[in-house]
Design a protein. Structure first.
Length: 254
């Protein structure tokens, strides 16, 4: 039996985050650990009428590559990858590592060489996303590795992640729409102001200008830009916009 949480996550990703439509060309890229969730996303995307391709990475292959590859291999970019960057109009990525430290012993120069070679692909992805030619979403699948990194049991970490994704709600999509509406109110408010003043109990006192910035609503949809929710990490202290208190004790006051 499929995990109901994976079914609800699939509905959020397909029907809300990526807004899959008939004829969309969707690629799902994920580690093998995410297979249970991938199945449900695949099912939901097919039901929505998408043409779905799945790219699954077997655990350990990336480590082997960086251990064994020569310089030519490190700098090689497959023509298939170039084609896929232009072909798909919807992209979904799952972070699903069992060992988040797998590449810790790899020479950083080798990682940098490969990253530099793939930079044009990343730039092209951002260009297409900015033009709304490509809609993308990345999410996290709970694994033992991530749970250990967080100092939690797997079951506790799963509950933490799925609650953060609003999967614990009866209607997660409605929950995310509510998040959008609440945050859009804040985005609209901040857009009207030019100066941010941050004050915290530990004597932090910072004032900076934000005129001309684009405030984006981090609402689980496809977006790129400066997300206002970075301010929400303050958890305490105060934020003023043009001299008016708008954030105190972990909450926006608007």
């Amino acid at each position: 039996m499929p995990d109901p949480r994976h079914q609800k996550l699939a509905q959020v990703l397909v029907r809300y985050s990526l807004d899959i439509q008939p004829g969309d060309r969707l690629v799902i890229m994920a580690g093998e650990s995410a297979a249970p969730a991938i199945r449900e996303v695949y099912r939901e995307a097919v039901r929505a009428g998408a043409h779905v391709t799945v790219r699954t990475n077997i655990e350990g292959l990336t480590e082997i590559f960086f251990q064994e590859a020569n310089d030519d291999q490190l700098q090689y970019v497959s023509e298939v990858s170039v084609f896929e960057m232009e072909h798909f109009n919807k992209y979904l990525g799952f972070q699903a590592e069992q060992n988040s430290k797998a590449l810790s012993a790899i020479d950083p120069k080798r990682l940098a060489t490969s990253g530099k070679a793939r930079q044009p692909l990343q730039s092209r992805m951002m260009t297409r996303a900015a033009a709304s030619d490509l809609h993308w979403c990345a999410t996290l699948y709970p694994t033992n590795g991530y749970a250990q990194d967080a100092g939690m049991s797997l079951s506790d970490y799963e509950e933490f992640v799925y609650c953060a994704e609003l999967i614990d709600q009866a209607d997660p999509i409605a929950g995310w729409k509510a998040v959008h509406d609440t945050q859009q109110h804040i985005v609209d408010y901040l857009t009207k102001h030019d100066e941010i003043h941050i004050v915290t109990p530990d004597n932090t006192d910072i004032t900076y200008r934000v005129g001309g910035r684009t405030w984006m609503n981090a609402d689980g949809l496809n977006h790129s830009g400066l997300h206002w929710d970075m301010l929400c990490d303050l958890h305490s202290g105060k934020v003023y916009a043009d001299g008016e208190l708008c954030y105190q004790d972990g909450k926006f006051i608007i």
